[in-house]
Each structure stands twice: as structure tokens, then as C-alpha cells.
Write a protein that binds this ligand. Structure first.
Ligand code: DUC
Ligand code: ZN
Ligand code: ZN
Length: 466
């Protein structure tokens, strides 16, 4: 046995049990109440700690060209930060360039990850140009292990696709065993509101939120759900931030439609729309899309997580330096690159805000940050659980470790964290990827390039209903 994790409490999406975990050849080979340590090459003492499946962050943007800049974190610094946050697998978005093929997008993103990633990685492809030949390529991508595709209903004039393109694409993704995912905000309305705001001289960061109202998200979510229904396709709505969008998903799910929803920690009430008022252009740090909402939205999102209307929490780590990149928009909020970092903080923040405050159980925490993503995106049971035969992707989580989130302790390259000053009890202390300790007590030990591309299986909607 290569590694034995002894004395911890194994927490999966289903159970919480005192057990030792034996690892060999990168896989879990035994989970039992007592495993003899004499044959183990290395023993990790996990007493007093939770032993959980490594988190899967299904929403990152490393080294992505966007709004005239590249995201600051690349596959090295991004996965370094991920490892320090207990994340053992990311699903990043390869972006189809206008006129480019899906194959080109995948090869470009694989090229950026290879030799750099510290943890395992998979890709979605964001389709921005839905021509017949591109739709034909979807099945080839599924063969390559890319089984989810994102479509933007916002960013008019750049990334946005129209309803016909989305409808046709969803038919194809579904036929090919893939999942269509949407960025659901009404790009037409946002465009009108943005132009009006700027014409009135309203150019500060807070107008980013005021020109992307929750109704624009609710409307687009409802529309995407209707298009998916007509296409006979399952659908996933990424980064749900507004109660209007939650209600749309809830209704569709109650009516038996297969619609999944993701939200992100930045929408869960630790920060909110009032942060856009921070002085000295500080509000730009929180400019992401959808924007942070007013305080009436997070309680609805928490209820949706607790009752299963939203199934997963990922970071949408899309990092732009405050000094330099965000300041591109100092005279016009429309030029602030959209996105916030968060791959390192999701697990600890969700544990503190969710489990410690009694909003979700520990098992739900594991489901939301790991197991459900593995099931939805075709990684289960290779990843997303601790079971014999699964990859030994494990996070050891100390529920008593207290810390204050701050830029000083982050492992990312970007120059701020949106959760600065947030106090938590409970934080990951060790991350194990395929049996190798890659992070321990503040130090990332995994070598750049050790992470592998993980081809994903076709989508199986029977795995996760509630
Ligand atoms: N949507 C994302 O999912 N990420 C970054 C920007 C955006 O609008
Ligand atoms: Zn998006
Ligand atoms: Zn994103």
C-alpha cells in the first residue's frame, strides 16, 4: 500500500463514518474501520479531521482571452491555487474563436494545460459561432472526452448566440450524449441599459450591476429552459445568481424537466451588490457576470442548494488583476474585464457559510462541491467519491482550523481575493491527487505538469435526479 490515511472521518455525499483509507497505484483500494499500517509505505494521521473526496471545480477560466485581456491565473498558478483549496480536478472552458473550429479550441487549451497543471483537468467548450460544420464537430469532441458545451446568451456582438443557434445546438448536444450549458442573461436588454447608463455619465462600477438586472437573468433562464424543452435536451444553467433564475429552474425541475443549476460562492451573501460602492474604484474587484445581487437573493440560493434545486457550487475563477487589468474600465464600467478569483476559497467558504451556519449538511457540502459535478459531467465514479476503485483524489479538512481569508495566504497569481477579511472555522489542510500529497499545511508540493487531461464520459442523466 502506497499511502494509508488513518483515523479520520470519511465524509462522502452519502455517509459520515470513522474509517481508514488505503491507496495504491493512485486508486483507493480499501476503506475500512481499521487497516493495518505495517505494510503502508506512508501513513497520514487524519484524526480529528474529515477525509473527503477532492473538490471538483467545474467552472474555471485559466489563461482565457477575454475583454481585451488574458485572465491572470494560468494553468500553473490556477491549479496551484486549486490544490491549496482542496480541489483535485477542474473543468475549464476552452473558448471557440470566431471562425475557429472546436478542435482548435480544444488543442489550444490542452496545450496551455500540458506541462503546467498540478491537478487533473477536463474541458467544456464554449461555442460562440454555431455554423453547421461546428455542430457536426460536437460528436467528435464527445469522442475526445469533451461532453459539455457552453453557450452565451449575453455579450451581444461578441460571444452571444441567438435563440435559433442555441435551439439547434441543444438538439445536437443532446443527440451526441453531451450537456448544453448556458450563461443566461438577456444580452439585448443589457446592451440597451448599458448604452443608456453611459450616455447619462453613469460609468462607475456599480452600474455594471444596475445594467444587468436580475430580471434579465430570470428571463434568459426561462427562455433557455423552454428552448431545451423544445429541443428535448437536458440543460445546465451556470453561475445562477438571481432568485428569478432559481424559480425558473425550480419550476422546470418540478415539472420533470432535466435542468441542472450551478451557483458560485460570490453569490451566496458574503459579498453582495453593496460592494460595488467601495471607494477608489474598489467596486471593480467584484465586477463579474452575472453581477453580485442585493441581499434578498442569497437566501433563495441557499434554499435551492439545500432542497436540491441547484446541484453544484463552483468558483467561476476568472481572475483579472485589480491593478492594471480591472483599471482598464476606470472611465467606463463596460471595459472592466468581468470575473473574480475563487478556486482556492470555494470549499472553505461554503463549509463555513453553509455547514457552520446550519444551511446545508456536511454530506450536502461534499455533494455540492464534488459528487454532483462528477455525476453531472461524466466523471463519476472515477472522481467525486471515496470508494474502492476511484481515483485517490482526497482532501483532508480540519473543521477546527480558524483563519481569515486574505490575499497574503492565497496561492493564486492575481492581486486580490474578493473574500478578503472573511473569517472561517474549517479549512483544507492536505490535498491528495491520485495518491500523491500535493498540498500540505500551506505549501503546494505537486509538480507542475503532473496533472492529466481526464476524458469525460457521455452524460448520464439517470445518475442525478435530485
Ligand atoms: N461568464 C463566465 O462564466 N465567466 C466569466 C465571464 C462570464 O460572463
Ligand atoms: Zn458566463
Ligand atoms: Zn465562467
Amino acid at each position: 500500500m502506497d499511502l494509508l490515511i488513518k483515523g479520520g472521518t470519511v465524509v462522502t455525499a452519502q455517509e459520515m463514518v470513522r474509517a481508514d483509507v488505503g491507496i495504491e497505484g493512485g486508486k483507493v483500494v480499501e476503506v475500512a474501520s481499521h487497516i493495518d499500517a505495517t505494510a503502508a509505505k506512508k501513513v497520514v494521521d487524519a484524526s480529528g479531521k474529515y477525509v473527503m473526496p477532492g473538490a471538483i471545480d467545474a467552472h474555471t477560466h485559466f489563461k482565457m482571452p477575454f475583454m481585451g485581456a488574458y485572465t491572470t491565473d494560468d494553468f500553473l498558478t490556477g491549479t496551484r491555487s486549486a490544490a491549496a483549496g482542496g480541489v483535485t480536478c477542474i473543468i475549464d472552458f476552452a473558448l471557440q474563436s470566431k471562425g475557429g473550429s472546436l478542435k482548435q479550441a480544444l488543442e489550444t487549451w490542452k496545450g496551455m494545460a500540458e506541462g503546467n497543471a498540478i491537478i487533473d483537468y477536463a474541458f467544456h467548450i464554449a461555442i460562440t459561432d454555431c455554423t453547421p460544420s461546428i455542430l457536426d464537430e460536437i460528436k467528435d469532441m464527445v469522442q475526445e472526452g469533451v461532453t459539455s458545451f457552453k453557450f452565451f446568451m449575453a455579450y451581444k456582438g461578441s460571444l452571444m448566440v441567438d435563440d435559433a443557434a442555441l435551439f439547434e445546438s441543444l438538439r445536437v448536444t443532446s443527440e451526441c450524449g453531451a450537456l448544453g450549458a448556458v450563461h443566461a442573461e438577456n444580452g439585448f436588454i443589457i446592451d440597451v441599459l448599458q448604452k443608456e447608463a453611459v450616455a447619462r455619465g453613469n460609468v462607475a462600477p456599480k452600474y455594471h450591476a444596475l445594467t444587468r438586472p436580475p430580471e434579465a437573468e430570470g428571463e434568459a433562464t426561462r427562455r433557455a429552459i423552454s428552448l431545451a424543452k423544445m429541443a428535448g435536451a437536458p440543460l445546465l444553467v451556470v453561475h445562477v445568481s438571481a432568485k428569478e433564475a432559481v424559480r425558473a429552474i425550480e419550476e422546470a425541475r418540478m415539472a420533470g424537466q432535466i435542468v441542472y443549476g450551478e451557483t458560485c460562492p460570490q453569490y451566496l451573501g458574503i459579498i453582495d451588490a453593496s460592494n460595488y460602492e467601495e471607494p477608489d474604484f474598489g467596486g471593480a474587484k467584484y465586477v463579474c457576470s452575472p453581477p453580485l445581487r442585493t441581499k434578498d437573493h442569497p437566501p433563495v440560493l441557499w434554499d435551492a442548494l439545500r432542497f436540491g434545486f441547484l446541484q453544484e457550487v463552483s468558483s467561476d475563477h476568472c481572475s483579472f488583476d485589480f491593478n492594471g487589468q480591472k483599471r482598464l474600465g476606470k472611465d467606463d464600467f463596460r471595459a472592466i474585464p468581468n470575473g473574480c478569483p475563487g478556486v482556492e476559497t470555494t470549499l472553505g467558504v461554503l463549509h463555513n457559510e453553509g455547514v457552520n451556519k446550519g444551511r446545508i449538511s456536511l454530506n450536502q457540502l461534499v455533494a455540492l462541491v464534488s459528487t454532483n459535478s462528477a455525476k453531472i459531467y461524466g466523471l463519476y465514479p472515477q472522481k467525486g467519491t471515496i470508494a474502492v476503485g476511484s481515483d485517490a483524489d482526497i482532501v483532508i479538512f480540519d473543521p477546527d482550523k480558524e483563519l481569515v481569508v486574505s490575499q497574503k495566504i492565497m496561492h493564486h497569481a492575481v492581486d486580490y481575493t474578493p473574500f478578503e477579511g472573511y473569517s472561517v472555522k474549517g479549512w483544507p489542510v492536505m490535498t491528495i491527487s491520485r495518491g500523491e500529497i500535493i498540498y500540505e499545511d500551506g505549501e503546494v508540493k505537486g509538480a507542475p505538469g503532473r496533472g492529466k487531461f481526464v476524458p469525460r464520459k457521455p452524460i448520464n442523466t439517470k445518475l442525478l435526479l435530485a
